[in-house]
Design a binder for this molecule. Sequence first.
Ligand code: BJW
Ligand code: ZN
Length: 265
Amino acid sequence: MAYTLGQIAAKEAAVQPTEPIQEIRERLSKAGSVVVLTGAGISAESGVPTFRGADGLWKNFRAEDLATPEAFARDPRLVWEWYNWRRELIATTQPNPGHQAIAEMEARHERFLLITQNVDGLHRSAGSRKLLEIHGNIWLVRCTACGLVEENRDVPIALPPSCRACRGLLRPHIVWFGEALDEKTLDQCMGALASCDVLLIVGTSGVVYPAASFAPIAKAAGAFVAELNLDPTPQSPLVDVSIRGRAGHLLPQLLQEGAAPDRQP
Ligand code: BJW
Ligand code: ZN
């Protein structure tokens, strides 16, 4: 994580107004349709490193060396070694109260969609089912020859991994830079964003497209848009309410009907 717990507590105590939490709570309670968009920040409290920022995943690796189809074509072993390192790390993690609060939101709202950019699978582990993993899933592999997609939970995965159907080279079933997102998945996102009453954006820097366009799309369609993040983002000026703090602290507060918000982390 980019901050010590002491620094985070100081940030939250210094600037955390109670009203915006209450406003989001009220909007949620009246909403017919809710969409939640999450990024790496929601899993940070589970111990999964984020991508950007001081302790981000890219710090020791150049993105273009690892998360592009060109990088994989050039050196599949290097890319797989990075994924093996991440699979090993993620395998030891558990969902945190932020993931759990979103699963609870799904249970409370008939029309609900969780859109996550995360590939770690922690939302599903927390119980979320109305879920689109728009950048893929680290526990799925895809054959570069025949396209077969399969679950593979080996840690580490034996290198080079090959397809049991055609012996072709397997790759992570993850959307890399320059690759298109699944069209049907993106259509589902757009449909939900165009008709939701509330869009809640949690723990994403909001710089990677197309997810970076979701807030303006929902806003233009008339939704109330709220952001929960440790830091301001380029999306902060566009949204109706932007709250600084830890997802694992703020999200459970949104579920406390009628209760005074808890100011402690
Ligand atoms: C907390 C917290 C706590 C921390 N509580 N908060 C110029 C303009 C427009 C687009 C482009 C452009 N140049 C290039 C593009 C396209 C490109 C793109 O957007 N690039 C930008 C960088 C500019 N996009 C693409 O290539 C996408 N595809 C595409 O556009 O296709 C078009 C196409 C059409 C037709 C044919 C061909 C192509 C694909 C994007 C795929 C992104 N993939 C990655 C990596 C996958 C590898 C892997 O995971 O193994 O997905 S990039 C990486 O970033 C990962 C993430 O899902 C994604 C988003 O990151 P996220 O989640 O926001 O994390 P961070 O670290 O950035 O932020 C964490 C946040 O949490 C911070 O704000 C913290 O403050 C906060 N935080 N702790 C609350 N406890
Ligand atoms: Zn195959």
